[in-house]
Design a protein around this ligand. Structure first.
Ligand code: G3H
Ligand code: ZN
Length: 294
């Protein structure tokens, strides 16, 4: 938050994605958050997810976080805590406010006992697959005053905010409400998380990072890169029966997608050869973009 860059939080569903994300983080000297959704847990199995990330993380010296993305129950958070996740999320955005507060607080209480941070969500980042309107997006936005109270009541370590993005958009069209991000940052005082980044214009992501976004979630953009790799593979090698021919193209595509995002978020070249954060920190990304920096 102080250095105004964001850590990329990349959703992984299989071994190739885990490998690509972690290898790229290492090449870019970037701290990285590898996140697993409940859908990915259903698909791969909790122990596989943890095992894959641990193996990959042990091969690099940049910091790697294993994060639960959109855990919608207390139970899911406990299961992930026990399985070895190093960061949790309780997403109570579909619940009435009081219930969201109560369960977020409960998750924070148990996670903090063992030093694990918890992301919470206030307001609601909608799903593009539900065919949302601009009015609905605006109506679901996070209220800065409520965010202050929410953080005080729950003790959440970071906050997912609804500020104009929508999950699972296939192209970058959305502009974020930057003044709302700034107001939430001032009121809540915790690092803010941008969900649904695949549909947000890059300029808007950069501005959001300047104003308090510290973690940017990327899922759809990676899935698109993965599937494009398979399609290209089928086109190039129509008679091939070895799936590795296709999957390796997908893995390379994911690497390039992660590299692009890590550089956009300014988290590249942050980690020194000993695996610690560079001190003094490298120049802000905003300087590279030509903005004046105090
Ligand atoms: O929690 C995951 C993210 O918010 C991903 O959003 O699929 O639009 O990149 P996205
Ligand atoms: Zn999300």
């Amino acid at each position: 938050m102080a250095e105004r860059f964001a850590v990329g939080a990349f959703n992984a569903n299989n071994m190739e994605m885990v490998q690509a994300i972690i290898e790229t983080a290492q090449e870019e000297r970037a701290p990285v958050i590898l996140q697993v959704s409940q859908g990915a847990i259903r698909y791969a199995g909790l122990d596989y997810a943890v095992g894959l990330v641990k193996i990959a993380a042990n091969q690099v010296d940049v910091p790697v976080v294993l994060h639960l993305d959109h855990g919608t129950s207390f139970e899911q958070n406990v299961l992930c805590l026990r399985a070895g996740f190093t960061s949790l999320m309780f997403d109570g955005s579909k619940l009435p406010y009081e219930e969201n507060v109560a369960i977020t607080r409960k998750v924070c209480e148990i996670a903090h006992i063992v030093g694990i941070p918890v992301e919470a969500e206030l307001g609601r980042v909608l799903q593009s697959t539900d065919g949302v309107t601009l009015e609905e997006v605006e109506a679901a936005m996070t209220d800065p005053d409520q965010a202050k109270q929410f953080i005080e009541l729950t003790g959440a370590d970071s906050l997912a905010v609804a500020v104009g993005s929508v999950h699972a958009m296939k192209s970058r069209q959305a502009d974020l409400d930057i003044s709302r991000i700034e107001a939430i940052r001032q009121q809540a005082g915790v690092p803010l998380v941008l969900h649904g980044s695949s549909g947000v214009k890059h300029e808007s992501v950069l501005e959001a990072i300047e104003h308090g976004i510290c973690k940017v979630n990327v899922a759809t953009y990676l899935n698109q890169a993965f599937v494009r790799g398979m399609r290209d593979g089928f086109d190039k090698h129509p008679d091939e029966v070895d799936p590795r021919k296709y999957l390796s193209i997908s893995r390379e595509n994911i690497k390039e997608a992660v590299r692009e995002k890590v550089r956009l978020f300014g988290s590249n070249e942050r980690i020194d050869s000993g695996g610690g954060f560079k001190s003094p920190p490298r120049q802000y990304r905003s300087v590279e973009l030509g903005h004046a920096e105090e």
